[in-house]
Every structure is written in structure tokens, then in C-alpha cells.
Design a protein around this ligand. Structure first.
Ligand code: PLP
Length: 443
């Protein structure tokens, strides 16, 4: 008997009772290897003593002081820490409680920036198909995930979408990765021309696409070209690193590997590592100074922004990543994971692509490897893999609609940064068992 309005009221869920490192444990004592950190959240695994201690210490001191009246030491320290590490001049950190809130804040600040500099005609956003930016109405409006948008379409604000950077399916055989990236940047420029570039606020993209398409990393040069196009027309670049940021791909900010800095950046998930709900929007110095010298305030806000307890926990998460050199671990374990996945699935008839960066990896399932034909949507392959994996004591993050919002299936992996080499084998073995069992049911 439950009174929780669960995501899926019909599903019978195990009850989580504890967590130890990379494992979650249910009330029956069953252990699950958390190979997706939930949804790329639990970067330090579960029950990390340093984070638990920081939370206890902060709870004893101060849990919450409303940000309209007071600031707090943990919030100041975390902002200073993050601003020091952030690329470009993303020197200003606006704390929120999650990813959708971080994206909403970025969209609204971008609009307000143009009002302040006397360009009120800029009202439009361009984003990409096959991206997810959150479930609140603004974030959903710019999102490119067809099935998530569909029921709410009449309520969504105007947005425009260009192609994702999806080399497995969309890079031509006669095209280098660089030429493919150029072609995509040209598509963005063409859309700007069609819309009238002076009407566009920003281009929004996940640096590495997560939930909708399964760890799609950009080709070399893509974001540099995109940045140039945005700059040519005075359009802002907003990067959504809610899932791929905070070390997940091997650098604290995923865009470091692409040699670009956006004007606004959204992050969450790994920022608090699941210990607390926290997200952040980073703003460039130019945008911050414009607001400060102009109207003087960003016309936005939430009750829990800059929550002291959340900031203290997040600071402990981030300092642990630094002190324990976990970005190197992400890189090393990520390479081991890619190698192990390639050894197991590299010639598998139903795995078309194995991709990603760091500890952010995706496998795309296909009915036919040569033609890349997907399985029919009604096979619900993703749901089958998820439940077969749970059965075997593995949590992974399968998705559907990989190709166009309806067709295609993938599995996303995002294990904790503390994953040990010996656990890579356990992960791949359990995943392989789950994939084979799910495939046997649909063949
Ligand atoms: N942006 C991206 C890239 C995400 O992956 C997500 C969540 O999965 C969000 C935004 C929304 O974050 P939240 O669920 O914390 O609101």
C-alpha cells in the first residue's frame, strides 16, 4: 500500500534501504550495481563518508537561510570554487535545486540580457532534435525529445530545432568528422538566416547528449564552429551540462574538451552527487555585469536557491573529486569500460554503436547491424533491458526513441567515479545477461 504518486503507478518497485559505494541495497538485502548512478547523478556512489560528515556538520550549524535576506558561507565557498574552475568568464554562479530549474534560469536570463541591451526583438530559441533539457514548460519547449513534448505541445513556447551531432547515423560515408561538424554548423547558420538572426536569443545544446540519445559526443570542431556562428550574429550559446557535466566525461566541464566556453551553462545531477538536490546556472561576466549595471537584478528566483545544507554537501562532493583525483579515475575507468564493452559487444549483431566519453557511455541497439534498422518501437526493448538488469542486480538507464523520438533503443551507462576496475567486468557481465534475455523475448 502506497500513497506516493509514483512515476508509474502500476510498477512495483523494490524499496531502497541503503547504499554502499557503487551498490544500492533493497529491503530484501539484494544488492544492485548502480551502473547509471540513477540518471548520471551518484558520481561518488552511495554513503560517501566525507559527504555524509559535511552534511551532518552543516545541519548542526545552519540548514537554510532565505537568499533574499542572507547569504551563507557554504554557498559563497561553493560559488567561489566553481567560478575558479569554470571555463571562459563563467564567473557567476546562480544556485537552484535541479536541472530543469538551471535550464529555465538560463533561458530567462538570456532573454533579460537582451532586454537590458536594447534588443527586445530577440524572442526565439534554437535547440537540437534529440536533446532533453528538462520537464518544466520552458525547458520542455526547447527540448527536442518528441514523445516527452507531445502531450504538452499546445502549451509550449516557440522554439526551433536543428539536427543533433549524431555521427553513427548522420555522418556521410564520404565526410570527415570535421566536415560533418561544419555541415551541422551551416545548418544552424541557415536556420538563423531564415528566422532573422536579430530575432534569436540563443542556441541551446547538451555538450554530450544523455538521456534522449545515449551518450552522443560532438565531433571534433563542431562546437567551435557553432560558437563562431553564434558570435557572428550576436546569439548566445547556452550549454546544458546537467547530465554530462561535473566530471562525468573526464573534465569538470564537458565543453573543456571541445575548446569552447558558452555564455550560460546549466549543471545539476553530479553537482550534488545525489546527496542533495542542487543545480546551478553559470553566467558570463559580460551578462552578469550588464544586469548589475542595468536593472540591477535578475527578475527570477526560487525559495531554495543557495540552500546552505545543499551547498555544503555539494562542496564536499566537488572537493572529494579534486582531492581523490577522480577525474583521472573517470578517464582511466572510462577507457576500461569502453574496451570491455567493445570486447563483449563489438561484433554483436544487435549492438550498432558503442560511444561516449569518460564514464558516460552509450550502446545503441539495432535489429540489423548492416542497415542499422532499429527494433520496432512496440518491442519496448528498453523496458525489458531495464527489468532484466534489475533482476540481475544491475541498474542501467535504457532509453527509447533514440533516432527520432520514436524509433530506436539505447542503454546509457554512467557509473560512479569510484568504480573499481574489478567492477567493470561485473557491470559488463550483468548487462550482457540482461541484453541477451531482453533480445530473446523480442526476436
Ligand atoms: N538537462 C539534461 C541534459 C538532463 O539530462 C536533465 C535530466 O535528466 C535535465 C536537464 C533536467 O534535470 P532535472 O531532472 O534535475 O530537472
Amino acid at each position: 500500500m502506497t500513497h506516493i504518486f509514483h512515476r508509474n503507478p502500476a510498477a512495483e518497485l523494490p524499496v531502497a534501504a541503503g547504499g554502499e559505494g557503487c551498490y544500492l541495497i533493497d529491503t530484501d538485502g539484494k544488492r544492485y550495481l548502480d551502473a547509471s548512478g540513477g540518471a548520471a547523478v551518484s558520481c561518488l556512489g552511495h554513503g560517501h563518508p566525507r559527504v555524509v560528515e559535511a552534511i551532518k556538520r552543516q545541519a548542526d550549524t545552519l540548514a537554510f537561510a532565505h537568499s533574499a535576506f542572507l547569504t551563507s558561507e557554504p554557498a559563497e565557498q561553493l560559488a567561489e570554487y566553481l567560478a575558479r574552475k569554470a571555463p571562459g568568464d563563467l564567473d557567476w554562479v546562480y544556485f537552484v535545486s535541479g536541472g530543469s530549474e538551471a535550464v529555465e534560469a538560463a533561458l530567462k536570463l538570456a532573454r533579460q540580457y537582451f532586454l537590458e541591451i536594447g534588443q527586445p526583438q530577440r524572442t526565439r530559441f534554437i535547440a537540437r532534435r534529440q536533446s532533453y533539457h528538462g520537464n518544466t514548460l520552458g525547458a520542455l519547449s526547447i527540448g527536442g525529445n518528441v514523445w516527452r513534448r507531445e502531450p504538452y505541445r499546445p502549451l509550449l513556447m516557440e522554439s526551433h530545432h536543428v539536427a543533433p551531432c549524431y555521427p553513427y547515423r548522420e555522418q556521410r560515408a564520404d565526410e570527415t568528422p570535421e566536415a560533418y561538424g561544419e555541415r551541422l554548423a551551416s545548418e544552424l547558420e541557415d536556420m538563423l538566416q531564415d528566422l532573422g538572426p536579430e530575432t534569436v536569443i540563443a542556441f541551446v545544446a547538451e555538450t554530450v547528449v544523455g538521456a534522449t540519445a545515449g551518450a552522443l559526443a560532438p565531433v571534433p570542431g563542431y562546437f567551435k564552429r557553432v560558437r563562431e556562428v553564434c558570435d557572428r550574429y550576436g546569439v548566445l550559446l547556452i550549454l546544458d551540462e546537467v547530465m554530462c557535466g561535473m566530471g562525468r566525461t573526464g573534465t569538470l566541464f564537458a565543453c573543456e574538451q571541445d575548446g569552447v566556453a558558452p555564455d550560460l551553462l546549466a549543471t545539476a545531477k553530479g553537482l550534488g552527487g545525489g546527496y542533495v538536490p542542487i543545480g546551478a546556472m553559470f553566467a558570463s561576466d559580460r551578462i552578469y555585469q550588464t544586469i548589475r549595471a542595468g536593472s540591477g537584478a535578475f527578475q527570477h528566483g526560487h525559495t531554495y536557491m543557495g540552500h546552505a545544507l545543499a551547498c555544503a554537501a555539494s562542496l564536499a562532493v566537488q572537493q572529494t573529486i579534486e582531492d581523490d583525483d577522480l577525474l583521472s579515475a573517470v578517464h582511466a575507468r572510462g577507457e576500461e569500460l569502453q574496451a570491455a564493452l567493445t570486447e563483449r559487444f563489438g561484433t554483436h549483431p544487435n549492438i550498432g554503436d558503442i560511444r561516449g566519453r569518460g564514464l558516460f557511455r552509450g550502446l545503441e541497439l539495432v535489429a540489423d547491424r548492416d542497415s542499422k534498422r532499429p527494433f520496432e518501437a512496440d518491442t519496448k526493448l528498453h523496458a525489458r533491458i531495464k527489468s532484466e538488469a534489475m533482476e540481475r542486480g544491475l541498474i542501467c538507464y535504457p532509453g527509447h526513441g533514440t533516432i527520432d523520438g520514436q524509433q530506436g533503443h539505447h542503454v546509457l551507462l554512467a557509473p560512479p567515479f569510484i568504480l573499481e576496475s574489478s567492477q567493470v567486468g561485473e557491470l559488463v557481465d550483468k548487462l550482457s545477461g540482461a541484453v541477451e534475455a531482453a533480445l530473446a523475448a523480442v526476436r
